[in-house]
Design a protein around this ligand. Structure first.
Ligand SMILES: [Zn+2]
Length: 148
C-alpha cells in the first residue's frame, strides 16, 4: 500500500500521506479502506476487483490512460449511484459525481463522456433498472438479510 501511495504521487498531485489516510484503493482482490465506509463504497471497489480480474493490463491502463481510468471509474461510480438510490430512494446530482471524478485527473473530453454516462445512468436508475453485477448482488443480499 505504501508503494502504491508513492505511485499515486508520481501520477498525480496526491501526497503519499494523504493517499494512505484519505483514499480507498483496490489492489487485486484486496480493498484498502482508510476508515469505516458504507456499502456503496464497497460495491464501487468490488467493481474494480472485477475489472482487474477481467483485464491483466487493468493497472497499466488505469495509471497511464485517462480514457481507460474514466471508463473504469464511471462504471464504478454508476454502481455507487445504484446503491445510493437503493439505500436512500434519491440520487445526488450528476454534478456531484463529476466533482468526485475530478480527483482522478481525467481529460476534458473524458469528463464529457463521464457526464453523459452519469446522466444516462441516473435516468435508468430512477426507472428502477439496476445493472451493475456488484450492485445487484449487494441489493439481493441486503434484501435477504437486512430486513428491508
Ligand atoms: Zn473507483
Amino acid at each position: 500500500m505504501r508503494l502504491l501511495s508513492h505511485l499515486a504521487g508520481w501520477f498525480s498531485s496526491i501526497r503519499p500521506e494523504e493517499f494512505m489516510t484519505l483514499y480507498t484503493t483496490t489492489v487485486g482482490d484486496t480493498i484498502y479502506l482508510p476508515s469505516d465506509q458504507g456499502i456503496g463504497v464497497c460495491v464501487h471497489e468490488h467493481v474494480h476487483v472485477r475489472q482487474s480480474r477481467k483485464d491483466m493490463l487493468y493497472y497499466v491502463k488505469y495509471l497511464l490512460s485517462s480514457r481507460a481510468r474514466t471508463y473504469y471509474e464511471v462504471e464504478a461510480f454508476c454502481a455507487s449511484m445504484e446503491m445510493e438510490y437503493y439505500l436512500t430512494g434519491a440520487l445526488s446530482s450528476y454534478e456531484q459525481y463529476i466533482s468526485a471524478l475530478r480527483q482522478y485527473e481525467c481529460s476534458v473530453q473524458d469528463m464529457d463522456y463521464a457526464r453523459d454516462k452519469f446522466i444516462e445512468a441516473q435516468d435508468r436508475i430512477k426507472k428502477g433498472v439496476i445493472e451493475t453485477p456488484e450492485s445487484v448482488a449487494a441489493i439481493e443480499w441486503l434484501d435477504e438479510y437486512s430486513g428491508r
